[in-house]
Design a protein around this ligand. Structure first.
Ligand SMILES: [Zn+2]
Length: 419
């Protein structure tokens, strides 16, 4: 009897155990089910150009050769009358009908009549970030709005060692080529990008712009170091007097200015002009330079920091020097009596003597023929006003040092992998 009682108790416990197990499983299952439900109900509706996609028949295409805004809209049930109206809504600053081949457009239709989707909203992407929205929902008016997509800024860093070229060092590692271009702008005054050497390296921190996870471009380089010619060139960003410039760690501006004249001259004998009578050839020729008259032997200075690109004699130019300052600017000095103590390929600093006024080549008397080339175009040296390149002002010194420490720390975090 006692044994039977015990057996019964065991059965009861077993049944209870089973019941609890089943209930637990059911509850757990229910919970997991319940966990899934809110995800569906609470998830935000998918938007395209801020419009919920679920409510529409959406057609996306690109502008093809021969397409006009009118012909496209006509295909989606927009009447010629309305298309005329759109054309009339153009202003001087906003051409409502201008579209280009290859750009994306999107039709939001609510019905299909005779297999023609009836557009109620039409979106044309002017650029990767800007779009124009045409709203036909109100039968009496057309609303045209110029809008911008949300642009996300993502901070990134890039580093590399030069093996063949800066371009390869950037692109081979999967970075976008525009980072190389931006680097030449930031470091153009200190690093000679035409003479990079194997083993030169860089680290940069930059901001990239994204729209809907697509990279739309480089916003800017925030900071960086470039190692070249055995030296580290740091670019510390700093805003003073509301202008952003890059400085070295000592607070010197990375950009350099140009001397207004590369010598002490007595007069300007010939100005920059597209037509002047040439003193030797007696023909009207352009003179895209300035002639400074000065006594024979007057020192001629490098008008800014740069590299001696040419140092030679030419029948017309006489003894002449070309200095390459960065990827944008070059200066040319002609008719020199003799050269200063300079070598081809040498880095010269602003104010360094590169030669002496003479009258070599086609010249009627001692003068310096001076040219400034901007992106290969000869510009007027007398009206050239390069932006100032002041160092960090002493009143801003404390703030500069603080910000500098921050950027140095950030750059030091970047590991130079394949050095
Ligand atoms: Zn001249």
């Amino acid at each position: 009897m006692g044994l039977k009682k015990n057996k019964n108790a065991l059965v009861v416990i077993f049944i209870l155990f089973l019941a609890i197990l089943v209930i637990t499983i059911v509850i757990l299952r229910k919970q997991t089910k319940e966990e899934h439900i809110p995800e569906i109900t609470e998830s935000e509706p998918e938007l395209k150009y801020g419009i919920p996609v679920d409510d529409w028949i959406i057609i996306q295409d690109t502008v093809r050769k021969g397409d006009y805004l009118g012909t496209i809209l006509n295909r989606y049930g927009i009447s010629s009358h309305k298309i005329d109206k759109i054309a009339k809504m153009s202003s001087d600053t906003f051409n409502t009908t201008s579209i280009s081949i290859g750009r994306i457009y999107t039709v939001f239709a609510d019905t299909i009549i005779d297999s023609i989707p009836q557009a109620k909203i039409f979106v044309y992407e002017n650029t990767k970030t800007k779009y124009t929205l045409y709203d036909f929902r109100n039968p009496d008016t057309i609303i045209i709005r110029k809008l911008e997509k949300k642009v996300d800024t993502v901070r990134r860093s890039a580093t590399g060692v030069i093996k063949s070229s800066l371009w390869n060092a950037v692109v081979d590692k999967g970075y976008s080529w525009d980072i190389a271009l931006a680097m030449t702008k930031v470091f153009g005054w200190s690093v000679d990008f035409y003479a990079l050497q194997k083993g030169d390296w860089f680290k940069v921190i930059y901001d990239e712009l994204f729209v809907e996870n697509d990279r739309v471009g480089l916003e800017n380089i925030k900071t960086g170091i470039f190692y070249h010619n055995g030296k580290e060139f740091w670019a510390i960003p700093f805003v003073q007097d509301s202008i952003l410039n890059f400085y070295d760690t000592a607070g010197n501006n990375l950009r350099k200015t140009f001397m207004t004249a590369p010598l002490e001259y007595t007069s300007v004998s010939s100005r920059y002009s597209y037509a002047r009578m040439h003193p030797i050839f007696h023909q009207v020729r352009e003179h895209l330079a300035v002639d400074f008259t000065a006594p024979m032997g007057t020192p001629v200075y490098a008008s800014s920091d740069g590299v001696i690109e040419t140092k030679t004699f030419d029948t017309g130019a006489g003894n002449y020097v070309v200095i390459r300052h960065n990827s944008v600017y070059k200066t040319v000095y002609m008719h020199l009596l003799k050269f200063g103590d300079i070598q081809l390929g040498q880095h010269v600093t602003q104010g360094q003597i590169i030669g002496y006024v003479g009258s070599t080549g086609w010249s009627t008397g001692p003068h310096l023929h001076y040219e400034i080339h901007e992106n290969g175009r000869k510009i007027d040296p007398l009206s050239f006003k390069p932006p100032p390149a002041d160092p960090v002002d002493s009143v801003h010194r404390e703030r500069f040092d603080k910000e500098k420490q921050f950027w140095i720390k950030e750059l030091n975090k970047i590991k130079l992998e394949d050095k």
